[in-house]
Write a protein of this length. Structure first.
Length: 184
């Protein structure tokens, strides 16, 4: 991305985290965001999709999982959608989420390494070495908590604020910028 578009995903990300229910509307308006898809396969899925449509709810998300894998639990007030997945993927690789624009989430969570970085200790965007390695993110949707350091962080919205705005250790270096520059 270049120019003014570079800051937009960061602003959308933080606005979505802080406003909860507004995520669907923001995701639908994000550049390149796709509309949600309807779950396929069987009369039960069709009936469920039909009931959701009649109730004005967004279409069910179609998980692309092996037959043996259960669907992750998803909060009723924040259903999955293709637009959210696309936006999340774009933000995961967006270096504009670090204060010095040098590192994205993918910098410490490389897909080829189980979404970790293979280092003994994580290295933040400012060069600060962490006390732990970067937590692998493979299959994290099935975990009851989302961080090693704080078992009270049980939602992605809570957890994502830690690497963005935390200062012990410094990861993305955004501490102190929580409210100053995130207008959508």
């Amino acid at each position: 991305m270049s120019g003014g578009r570079q800051a937009m995903p960061s602003a959308l990300f933080v606005a979505c985290l802080l406003s909860g229910g507004a995520f669907d509307a923001l995701a639908a308006g994000a550049p390149g965001a796709a509309a949600g898809t309807t779950a396929g396969g069987g009369a039960r899925a069709a009936a469920s999709a039909s009931a959701r449509a009649e109730a004005g709810a967004p279409p069910s998300y179609r998980w692309r999982l092996p037959a043996w894998a259960p669907e992750p639990l998803v909060p009723d007030d924040n259903p999955m959608s293709e637009a959210k997945v696309e936006l999340g993927r774009a933000l995961f690789y967006d270096k504009a989420l670090s204060a010095n624009r040098t590192q994205s989430c993918a910098g410490c969570h490389e897909q080829a390494r189980g979404f970790s970085d293979g280092r003994k200790l994580a290295l933040g965007s400012t060069g600060v070495v962490g006390a732990r390695n970067a937590m692998p993110l493979a299959n994290v949707a099935y975990l009851p908590t989302l961080t090693w350091a704080n078992p009270n962080l049980t939602t992605l919205e809570q957890q994502a604020l830690v690497p963005l705005f935390g200062d012990h250790p410094v990861e993305m270096g955004m501490a102190g910028r929580e409210g100053c520059c995130w207008a959508v």
